[in-house]
Design a protein around this ligand. Structure first.
Ligand code: C2E
Ligand code: MG
Ligand code: MG
Ligand code: MG
Length: 295
């Protein structure tokens, strides 16, 4: 099942098995070592990109940068696991900053690949909103790489861990003053989604796949999506549906007027050199009746 939000204690319990660091219960130590060098890429970190696609014509309008780590000792570790460990051990800023810098650097090559400028989505752990240095990291990455701020979208992940909405709103406001946009990641997977929408200055909402599982209850999903889309349209918020794996889900979301989607149907996350312009078979496209609803 698609869900990136089963972390915390669960992630620790998943220390055995593929992609979880294997028998290496000292993952926190390995992670600290990998990040202590200040050169995460030399310790097995890299950045993958996944396209975000416009339903009406299949055009890639953005990519999301996703951290990957193959520990020289423990092998490949799943992002849910190492991000969770990093959040608990105070190391998530080092990962986020590495990805941010690499993504801003790669944005120019991606624009070449797709033949036009595209938006770059980078994940920022909500845990970081209460810490110093985030604003400096963002401004620094933009200045170093020359990426126009309007092209950068910061996806706030683990929003359930936002304890102080007023503080988060303040940080988001200051980041937006730099010209970047803010997205709420995995919207609808937590209990306080509407409160966050109400309190935070948000440009983009990423609908969690668990909310749009049309294979479970199509009528309810349709009603729910229509409502969320109506609220977001009123608030001038753009909606991206996550975890689109099947043509039926793409079709359903496009039909209710969701403009953008991301998921294996359109492209798996991959390294820069393996990205291609997605070619969407005609039967995956939404009906033309939905075209007027998309931006
Ligand atoms: P996310 O930000 O919601 O990222 C989307 C996740 O869904 C990615 O998992 C992606 O590979 C996966 N995905 C995309 N399309 C599909 C699909 O159609 N089906 C299924 N089943 N999955 C799909 P990934 O890369 O394993 O990342 C998991 C989570 O780890 C991310 O969820 C994000 O919360 C976190 N993460 C990844 N990179 C970073 C980072 O640089 N910083 C921070 N703070 N968190 C990160
Ligand atoms: Mg994300
Ligand atoms: Mg997400
Ligand atoms: Mg999600």
């Amino acid at each position: 099942m698609y869900s990136s939000k089963r972390r915390g204690k669960g992630a620790m319990a998943r220390y055995t098995g593929r992609g979880d660091g294997g028998p290496h219960a000292d993952l926190p130590h390995l992670l600290a070592q990998a990040l202590a060098s200040g050169r995460p890429e030399a310790a097995g970190f890299e950045v993958f990109y996944q396209p975000i696609v416009r339903f009406t014509d299949g055009a890639t309008v953005a990519v999301e940068a996703l951290a990957r780590w193959t520990s020289p000792v423990a092998g490949p570790v799943h992002p849910d696991v190492f991000v969770s460990v990093a959040e608990r051990t105070g190391l998530v800023a080092a990962i986020d900053d590495f990805v941010l810098d690499q993504a801003c650097t790669d944005a120019a090559a991606l624009a070449m690949l797709y033949g036009r400028p595209i938006d770059m989505h980078v994940n920022v752990s909500a845990v970081r909103l209460g810490q110093a240095g985030l604003e400096e990291s963002v401004a620094g990455a933009l200045a170093r790489t020359g990426l126009p701020p309007s092209r950068l979208v910061l996806e706030i992940t683990e929003t359930s861990r936002i304890k102080d909405l007023a503080l988060a709103a303040d940080v988001a406001t200051r980041l937006r003053a730099h010209g970047v946009r803010i997205a709420l990641d995995d919207f609808g997977s937590g209990f306080n989604a509407l409160a966050q929408l109400h309190s935070l200055p948000v440009d983009i909402v990423k609908l969690d796949a668990t909310l749009t599982d049309v294979d479970i209850a199509p009528d309810r999903v349709e009603a729910l999506c229509r409502s969320v889309l109506a609220i977001c349209t009123d608030l001038d918020i753009v909606v991206v549906a996550e975890g689109i794996e099947t043509p039926s889900r793409a079709h359903a979301l496009a039909t209710v007027g969701c403009p953008l989607g991301q998921g294996y149907l359109f492209g798996q996350p991959g390294p820069l050199h393996r990205l291609q312009r997605p070619v969407i078979p005609a039967q995956h496209r939404p009906p033309s009746s939905a075209a007027h609803l998309a931006s």
